[in-house]
Design a protein around this ligand. Structure first.
Ligand code: GLN
Length: 535
């Protein structure tokens, strides 16, 4: 069993998660069974209760775990599916340790960071390694953070226990900034962050240097000398040009996978990267283009709808088209002037969300899409918005709403799920994870999937109110997917519309660059079709 630990130096936001994912892709491509996981040193048990401003998207797994968005990169870049045990936080560790202490499991001992906390971390590494040949673990945060120390210490112990270099490899991702005034790349921050690692007793094997320009031999040699690594282990990682899916090819050019395979003594010969080359070619030279609006509350944040943006890119790859994404603030659609931005859109996506801010703008977006035959894709909250809009403007239930936004609505077309009524705790208490959805013959969703049943991931408390089913169906509202066990509406469509689909689940968590999610692919295909028909 081989282990790779990825740490970060100097600053956050270096793209460590993407680097881990791209390395995983390269190793998997060479025939190795790989899993990637993340350790997050914060005290929250999981990111499920954190604000999008703090954390970006919450990525949901099949087993219902609410995890860091880097797990989304891991699943998109590699074939493995992840589980709850692949995102460990300090909150989880302390929760476990304190529960053990209260039970008396420590038999009167003083409970300490070393060894009790570090033991939990090491146990988790062994547990996650089951069934694969290489386990890549990304450590969140930056070397030098106080809260990250127990993790780094656990890795040092693990390193010693498992044979340095032959079985355990440390990769340090660092920043090599360009100083305009000096006119050169500066190596000192990286030297200091490696020194911080060595203080704890860890010597990195490979340095991955994020830089805005080529490192050049001189800088590479300097970094090699001061950071105590061979010069070939100083790897340059520039910003990608068009897409994050270029990263595996970029790292391969720098021979990172060769180095890892050599250092760990793995038998995994290189293979041509044709599939990745094809993805990059399609992204760089698309045959067509469409413009799709994403109408949300957190459009200024890079990460709040990460998986939605990625899924649209995948759908573009599948259709050989470039999908321009226009991020629209839902609240802007609540003003007359703001509404005009929708004119130029070939498709509209309303992603998931909570709380009533911006909902009227989203309802307008759905109405505009319905009335003008523009493809509409509603994801979770976006489906609920589609239901409210149809109820108000087609079925004549003028004050129809979700109970989430208006507790006194006379027509609660979206209401709280039965099992949510007594829930008071906020953490991990929604309907979470993969559930079965039975597709209705003849629906757009059925033909997009080409399957009778699918399993998709959920994260919600509210649902379609079945009391309104007959009334809406009489007006051309189509229920295209049902959870058979609980009779919950999972997919809605509008019969007479070119492509109006709302899903109560999150298809964006199951899309990959080589395998666009069927609904996203079908949505972009419809947008292309409608666009062509219009000219
Ligand atoms: N707020 C809605 C609910 O809880 C939608 C949730 C979501 O979009 N993830 O049902």
């Amino acid at each position: 069993m081989k282990y790779i630990f990825i740490t970060g130096g100097v600053v956050s936001s270096l793209g460590k998660g993407l680097t881990a994912a791209a390395l995983g892709a390269l190793l998997e491509h060479r025939g190795l069974a790989v899993r990637i996981q993340k350790f997050d040193p914060y005290l929250n048990v999981d990111p499920g209760t954190m604000s999008p401003f703090q954390h970006g998207e919450v990525y949901v797994l099949d087993d219902g775990a609410e995890t860091d968005l880097d797990l989304g990169h891991y699943e998109r870049f590699t074939s493995g599916e992840l589980s709850r045990s692949n995102n460990l936080t300090s909150g989880q560790i302390y929760e476990a340790v304190i529960m053990k202490e209260r039970r008396g499991d420590y038999l009167g001992k003083t409970v300490q960071v070393i060894p009790h906390v570090t033991d939990v971390i090491k146990e988790r590494i062994y547990e996650s390694a089951k069934g694969v040949e290489v386990l890549i673990t990304e450590i969140g945060g930056t070397i030098g953070d106080i809260e990250g120390l127990p993790f780094i210490e656990a890795l040092r112990q693990f390193w010693t226990e498992n044979g340095r270099r032959q079985n355990v490899l440390f990769i340090h991702v660092t920043l090599v900034p360009y100083l305009m005034a000096a006119g050169e790349l500066k190596t000192k921050p990286s030297q200091q962050s490696v020194a911080k690692l060595r203080e704890i007793g860890i010597q990195p094997d490979i340095l991955i240097c994020r830089a805005e320009m080529g490192l050049g031999m001189e800088v590479r040699e300097k970094l090699a000398m001061f950071c105590n690594v061979p010069v070939e282990a100083v790897v340059e990682e520039r910003d990608v040009e068009t897409s994050i899916y270029e990263l595996p090819l970029m790292l391969q050019q720098e021979k990172v996978d060769d180095l890892v395979v050599e250092y760990l003594g793995l038998n995994a010969p290189p293979k041509p990267m044709d599939a990745w080359i094809d993805v990059v070619r399609r992204l760089r030279f698309p045959a067509e283009e469409v413009t799709v609006a994403v109408v949300g509350k957190y459009i200024e944040l890079q990460d709040a709808y990460k998986s939605v943006y990625e899924s649209l890119t995948h759908a573009g790859i599948a259709n050989d088209a470039h999908v321009h994404v226009k991020r629209i603030d839902a609240e802007d659609l609540e003003t007359e002037h703001g509404k005009q931005v929708l004119w130029k859109m070939d498709g509209i996506v309303v992603p998931g969300g909570f709380g009533d801010r911006g909902t009227e703008g989203k309802i307008f977006a759905a109405q505009y899409a319905r009335e003008n035959g523009i493809p509409y894709f509603g994801l979770c909250l976006g489906m609920q918005i589609g239901v409210i809009e149809f109820s108000r403007h087609v079925a004549g239930l003028h004050r129809a709403n979700s109970l989430e936004f208006d507790e006194n609505t006379p027509h609660p077309v979206i209401h709280l799920m039965e099992d949510q009524k007594d829930v008071t705790q906020k953490g991990a208490s929604m309907r979470l994870g993969a559930y079965t959805c039975q597709l209705v013959q003849g629906s757009k969703s059925h033909s997009a999937y080409g399957l009778d049943t699918v399993r998709e991931r959920h994260r919600h408390r509210y649902e379609f109110n079945n009391a309104y089913r007959d009334l809406l169906e009489e007006r051309g509202f189509k229920i295209a997917g049902i959870n058979p066990r609980r009779n919950l509406v999972e997919i809605m469509e509008i019969e007479s519309h070119p492509w109006f689909v709302g899903v109560q689940f999150h298809p964006e968590f199951k899309s990959k660059p080589f395998q666009a999610h069927p609904l996203f692919a079908s949505f972009v295909e419809a947008a292309l079709r409608v666009k062509k028909a219009a000219v």
